[in-house]
Design a protein around this ligand. Structure first.
Ligand code: GAR
Length: 187
């Protein structure tokens, strides 16, 4: 059995989608979700799905507590799903090419500091882009700059609002993130 830990900082719709995708898979499991925030909706989603979700503070991430927790639980792959804290170097060292992230744009466009969630979609509409999409990439020490694994595009219409773009991008995330995870783990 391959084990995935999902790290999420917010609503957790991708976390929920990944948990559901693997729920009947007997080669991959999601034993728990970790968040750096206590009061976020991902915990409610996990409760409903009967998957434990744990809160760890920024300090726990920085001083190696979370990395030890992942290793102690024999986690194979760390999956960031709307996770907004910098991943510490000890975790990058413990999981070489085994930490992946999803970003809601076609990187390198709309990446870097401050570019997350709806900020990305607002910028895409303001700049009158004709396409957007998702990038799934390995994580390295620089924000949004790890080696890309996959990109998927959607059309942006002149009439689209940031919310419209968000819906299109989320649809791509739900379709592709679990499949890419499966491919990494099972080939
Ligand atoms: C997702 O769209 C994800 O791509 C984005 O945050 C959203 C989280 O939604 N991640 C980033 O912007 C990372 N830079 P969710 O909590 O409903 O899964």
């Amino acid at each position: 059995m391959k084990k995935i830990a999902i790290l999420a900082s917010g609503s957790g719709s991708n976390a929920e989608n990944i948990i559901k995708y693997f729920s009947s898979n007997n080669e991959v499991e999601v034993p728990f979700v970790i968040s750096n925030r206590k009061e976020v909706y991902v915990h409610e989603r996990c409760k409903k799905l009967s998957v434990p979700s744990y809160f760890f503070s920024k300090v726990d991430f920085e001083n190696g507590v979370v990395t030890k927790f992942l290793l102690d639980n024999k986690i194979d792959l760390v999956v960031l799903a709307g996770f907004l804290l910098k991943i510490p170097n000890d975790m990058l060292d413990a999981y070489p090419n085994m930490i992946i992230n999803i970003h809601p744009s076609l990187l390198p466009k709309y990446g870097g500091k401050g570019m997350y969630g709806d900020n990305v979609h607002k910028a895409v509409v303001e700049n009158k882009e004709t396409e957007s999409g998702i990038t799934i990439h390995f994580l390295n020490e620089k924000i949004d700059e790890g080696e890309p694994l996959a990109q998927y595009k959607c059309e942006v219409l002149p009439t689209d609002t940031p919310e419209d773009v968000a819906n299109k991008v989320h649809a791509l995330e739900y379709e592709w993130y679990p499949k890419v995870i499966e491919k990494i783990l099972l080939g």
